[in-house]
Design a protein around this ligand. Structure first.
Ligand code: KG4
Ligand code: ZN
Length: 357
């Protein structure tokens, strides 16, 4: 089956066409991502109104390009999928409305995809991965350990009690005067820094619940930074290296607990999988390898370009749902908030129900 996917929940405008074979394997035929970073950079973060307007300006052209590059005509599509949330509501409306128009004009099913579910299912696009597996979802808005038991069957084992990990990277970058978006900047600076110069706290280490907390660590970085003012280049590198090392230590401990609880409840996972923008961080990718090995499982990481927001992941999640006979009505609602575990089992307006949904 051929599915067009549309992503507009944040500051990437993206469209892609993927093919799913009956054996469950997938292939990306086109995957076009336009990052709006330069539009938002002067403001130091994503401005929702600017993002929504940019999606309106860009999306039609991107979809045309994605279809042309894939060599696919609209009549050949098995469905059109759009991220219907969670995200910035203006952008979500643009993508979902566009998908509805295509679905209506070309009489093809609509799939209103949960953006988080798309991150969760992405590893199955590039690798033959069976359920259940343990997902570490780390983006600008989320830090979660999730048991992925099947399409639409998610159990959240742990989450952040304050900042999301990507958000913490972005805030640390901002306080050190590094440009937006901060995650890749902190990673780059950390590579030149000494991770042992500062003794930052290792948040939540030793706690029995696999939750995360990053705001205390962020404050510790801010306090050190204010003490050192004015900051030299090396200070910034060392602060970034110390922050990232603390994040890695906390992540290792939290995932160890999460994987243990996963195994107790659902048996051994087929893999540890990471997704979301922060999973494109090379230091984190390296640390996850050791974490998976210690837990007796394998690590499966989508390529960095599929970890950050893109249209292929939306198209793929749409194809996975469509293959199970699930699609949505044209009244599917855009959603600013949409929990993966609570609502993924009964998305608004879906036509067909299936045991286990
Ligand atoms: O998944 P994503 O593209 O968008 C959503 O939030 O849904 O993730 C973006 C987040 C941002 O906070 C960004 O700073 C962070 O991922 N990020 C990184 C890296 N690349 C992106 N954080 C740390 N290291 C990176 N290399
Ligand atoms: Zn995302």
């Amino acid at each position: 089956m051929l599915v067009l996917g549309i992503e507009t929940t944040c500051d990437e405008t993206a469209a892609a066409v993927i093919e799913r074979q009956p054996d469950g394997s997938g292939r990306i035929l086109s995957n076009i991502v336009h990052s709006q970073i330069s539009d938002h950079a002067p403001y130091g973060g994503v401005v929702p109104e600017i993002a929504a307007r940019a999606h309106v300006d860009l999306l039609d052209g991107l979809i045309d390009r994605a279809m042309a590059e894939a060599g696919v005509g609209y009549a050949e599509l098995s469905g059109v999928a759009a991220a219907a949330g969670p995200g910035l509501i203006g952008g979500v409306i643009v993508g979902l409305t566009t998908a509805k128009a295509i679905a209506m004009v070309h009489d093809t099913p609509l799939i209103a995809v949960n953006h988080l579910e798309a991150h969760a299912l992405t590893p199955r696009l590039t690798e033959p991965l069976a359920f259940p597996y343990c997902l570490f979802l780390v983006s600008g808005g989320h830090t979660q350990i999730v048991a992925v038991l099947g399409v639409g069957e998610y159990v959240r084992l742990g989450t952040t009690v304050d900042d999301a990990m990507g958000e913490a990277f972005d805030k640390v970058a901002k306080m050190l005067g590094l440009p937006y978006p901060g995650g890749p900047q902190v990673e780059r600076a950390a590579a030149r820094g000494d991770p042992t110069r500062f003794d930052f706290p290792r948040p939540m280490v030793g706690r029995p619940e696999p939750n995360f907390s990053l705001s205390g660590l962020k404050t510790a970085v801010r306090n050190e930074a204010s003490r050192l003012l004015p900051l030299e280049e090396q200070d910034i590198a060392d602060l970034c290296a110390g922050f990232q090392a603390a994040v890695l230590a906390s992540t290792a401990d939290r995932l160890k607990v999460g994987l243990r609880i996963f195994t107790e409840r659902f048996g051994p996972p087929q893999a540890l999988v990471a997704a979301g923008g922060v999973a494109s961080n090379q230091a984190i990718r390296g640390a996850l390898e050791a974490i998976a090995k210690k837990a007796g499982t394998v690590l499966l990481l989508p390529p960095p370009a599929l970890c950050t927001d893109n249209g292929a992941m939306i198209a793929w999640a749409g194809a996975e749902r469509l293959a199970l006979g699930i699609s949505d009505g044209l009244d599917a609602a855009p959603r600013a908030r949409w929990l993966l575990d609570a609502d993924a089992k009964a998305p608004a307006g879906h036509k067909n129900s299936r045991a286990g949904y």
